[in-house]
Design a protein around this ligand. Structure first.
Ligand SMILES: NC(=O)c1ccc[n+]([C@@H]2O[C@H](COP(=O)([O-])OP(=O)(O)OC[C@H]3O[C@@H](n4cnc5c(N)ncnc54)[C@H](O)[C@@H]3O)[C@@H](O)[C@H]2O)c1
Length: 309
């Protein structure tokens, strides 16, 4: 198994590090456009692996795509992150060119790869990667819901004063501060609906904190977060390479599911060796479906910007 991570910045390097530590592949390649950055970080990780008991070949590549040849999975994190006060949508012009170019370059050397798209605005970048590559829809997976759900479970565990390991909670819709939908109705604490333990006001606050989870970190750190996004990338890759068939909320191409078509949006999907294998098309209640439709409208507006670039 060979995995390439494009973008050796905060998210890409953390993702590659998590992939290596979990020995998800025999070979990991980190590629960046900045000379030396990926080689340096790959060498640092290789040295760390001697202390961590993991045996993975990690190499860096300064924009040489030949080194990525025959990758089974490619994670795209290249692009600019947001700064305080910016939305993910502000990044579209710059990142669209980067994601399109990177996808083309990767496909020249790894025609069978499964793509995980992390660059923001992720829903639109996933749609762009799918449309510009012409790949089968199951091989393009946008990462957003798995991270947003981790944030949702974090805030729930703080409110419940419990272990996040006992929580189930899913965030669907777009990966934006106003477009994501934490499904509080369906979240459970060891099988019991969280509404049994938390009042409506607390649940609303948990949902609101989740939605601005990324912005809160951007404000604190001065740039967007990387530990949880990198770990989320590795967890998603693990379900692919180990064919775990985990149900993970991911941004995938919809053709009528959840009442939406010709759009990439976050829904629960089964993730295995073939990429995303099946959408869990669960019936939402009226309020949730209305929020999902509103989220789709916002993402569609963003996708329209692609036509003007
Ligand atoms: N989907 C998510 O949940 C999620 C979470 C966090 C961050 N992000 C996004 O991930 C992206 C990366 O964030 P970051 O914090 O790692 O940024 P960063 O600036 O630390 O790293 C980005 C890297 O991409 C590289 N790059 C730029 N153009 C490139 C190209 N054409 N080819 C190869 N490499 C190129 C840069 O040199 C840089 O090293 C941003 O768009 C950010 O908004 C998404």
């Amino acid at each position: 198994m060979k995995i390439t991570v494009v973008g050796a910045g905060a998210v890409g390097a953390t993702c590659a590090d998590n992939i290596a530590r979990r020995e998800l592949a025999e070979e990991v390649v980190l590629l960046d456009i900045k000379d030396g950055l990926s080689e340096g970080k790959a060498l640092d990780m290789l040295q760390a692996s001697t202390l961590l008991d993991c045996d993975v070949k990690i190499t860096g590549s300064s924009n040489n795509y030949e080194l990525t040849a025959n990758s089974d999975v490619v994670v795209i994190t290249s692009g600019i992150p947001r700064k305080p006060g910016m939305t993910r949508e502000d990044l579209i012009g710059t990142n669209a060119n980067i994601v399109k170019g990177v996808t083309e370059n990767i496909l020249k050397h790894s025609p069978d790869a499964i793509f995980v798209i992390i660059s923001n605005p992720m829903d639109t970048m996933t749609y762009l990667a799918l449309k510009s590559s012409g790949l089968p829809k199951n091989r393009i997976i946008g990462l957003g819901g798995i991270l947003d759900s981790a944030r949702f479970k974090t805030y729930l565990s703080l409110a419940l004063k419990c272990s996040p390991n006992d929580l189930q909670g899913v965030v669907i819709g777009g990966h934006g501060d106003t477009t994501m939908i934490p499904l509080t109705r369906l979240a459970t604490y060891s099988g019991v609906p969280v509404g049994h333990f938390l009042d409506a006001e607390t649940l609303q606050k948990v949902a609101a904190d989740t939605m601005v989870g990324g912005a809160t970190l951007t404000k604190l750190i001065g740039t967007s977060a990387w530990y949880a996004p990198g770990a989320a990338g590795a967890a998603l890759v693990e379900s692919i390479v180990r064919d775990q068939k985990r149900v993970i909320p991911c941004c995938v191409y919809l053709e009528g599911e959840y009442g939406q078509s010709d759009i990439c949006l976050g829904v629960p999907v089964v993730i295995g060796r073939n990429g995303w294998e099946r959408i869990i098309d669960f019936e939402l209640n009226e309020e949730e479906q209305a929020a999902f439709n509103k989220s789709a409208d916002a993402v569609r507006n963003m996708n329209d910007i692609l036509k003007t670039l």
